[in-house]
Design a protein around this ligand. Structure first.
Ligand SMILES: Nc1ncnc2c1ncn2[C@@H]1O[C@H](COP(=O)(O)OP(=O)(O)OP(=O)(O)O)[C@@H](O)[C@H]1O
Ligand SMILES: [Mg+2]
Length: 322
């Protein structure tokens, strides 16, 4: 028995040696990569500790794609501006460019975020004044440039300029995943709206992004107060929760343990709003629009009761008070 174990260990050692020998060239390559990464680290810009004068940076983020970030960025930025706050909404989804469509300003795009970063346009040439509400401006993403064009220095430059133009809020619409664009979008955040659907995969990916907010943001690097992460639960269907086909608000809150900013019900009005370029919050008859209105109130520190989290009663149930 003991002999067998010794033999097994010998075999294993041999294998390791073989692998090590075969890996010599890979090791060399890895070393080169490591040096490159080290150089990149050293080349990382010194981010100023100086706080912004007025500007409050909000990132609308998620791990999983397609959960409603762009819809929510458009609605919340519009809501903040409706409340009288000078607000800019920025599209960090380089290559895709969706926000301008949902904001209904796609035909007025001349310059974009990357043009400003690369000094090909002035910020005020690229900012598009919203046609629905006062105090609101859209900075579209580039459809043609590659993602590397987005740099931390570039983003900081734009934010400093927005601050000097007396903007109060910048809402950053993040691309999906945890790639460059998403990291750039969250780096300067003071507050994060973690957009999540009531399903396990979305919750798990949100948990990952909360970890990144706590580790890779400017606030964490400068050991400042952490980014205030808040949960926005979107596409909620109370009847499906009742049938246990969807996670409930309570389930999601228990898993993510961040304060709840709002619950947005699933609604056909959202797609109609996107297709017509009118952010859903402008539709005051829609439950989803009202729910975004409530979320904006909470963002501004006002207490508002939760709505649209229980099943709507049909006409008969109402009559017979079931
Ligand atoms: N409350 C809602 N009810 C119904 N549909 C919704 C709701 N919220 C978002 N949607 C729909 O979900 C889809 C994805 O929304 P959106 O583009 O905002 O997500 P996203 O997170 O920005 O996606 P991506 O990760 O690709 O950027 C769209 O078709 C949108 O209309
Ligand atoms: Mg999007």
């Amino acid at each position: 028995m003991a002999d067998q174990i010794v033999k097994k260990e010998d075999d294993a050692e041999k294998k390791v040696e073989e692998v090590l020998a075969a890996n010599d060239s890979e090791k060399e390559e890895a070393k080169v990569e490591e040096t490159k990464a080290e150089e990149k680290k050293e080349a990382k810009p010194a981010i100023s500790k100086e706080p912004f004068k007025n500007l409050h940076v909000i990132v609308v983020t998620s791990g999983k794609g397609g959960v409603g970030k762009t819809t929510s960025s458009a609605a919340i930025a519009t809501g903040l501006a409706q409340k009288g706050h000078k607000t800019a909404v920025l599209d960090f989804d380089v290559g895709l460019r969706n926000l301008d469509l949902i904001m209904g300003c796609e035909r007025r795009v001349v310059y974009d975020f990357i043009n400003v970063i690369q000094d090909e346009a002035k910020l005020n040439q690229a900012l598009i004044k919203d046609r629905h509400v006062e105090n609101l401006f859209v900075l579209p993403a580039s459809q043609t440039k590659d993602k590397d064009a987005l740099t931390l220095e570039g983003v900081e430059k734009v934010f400093r300029e927005l601050d000097s133009m007396n903007f109060e809020y910048v809402v950053c619409d993040s691309p999906a995943g945890i790639e460059t664009g998403a990291l750039m979008a969250l780096y300067f955040a003071d507050e994060a709206i973690v957009t999540t659907n009531p399903e396990v995969s979305s919750v798990r990916d949100s948990d990952r992004i909360i970890g990144i907010l706590n580790a890779k943001s400017r606030r964490s690097e400068l050991e400042m107060e952490p980014v205030a992460a808040k949960l926005l639960l979107t596409r909620y269907v109370p009847s499906r929760v009742k049938r246990s086909e969807m996670l409930s608000v309570e389930d999601v809150q228990e898993l993510l343990t961040i304060p709840l900013l709002g619950v947005i019900p699933e609604s056909e009005d959202v797609l109609k709003a996107s297709n017509s370029g009118n952010p859903i919050i402008l539709n005051e008859a829609s439950d989803a629009g009202k729910a975004y209105g409530d979320a904006v109130e909470r963002l501004l520190g006002n207490e508002v009761p939760l709505r649209f989290v229980t099943e709507k009663k049909g006409i008969f149930a109402k009559i017979f008070k079931k």
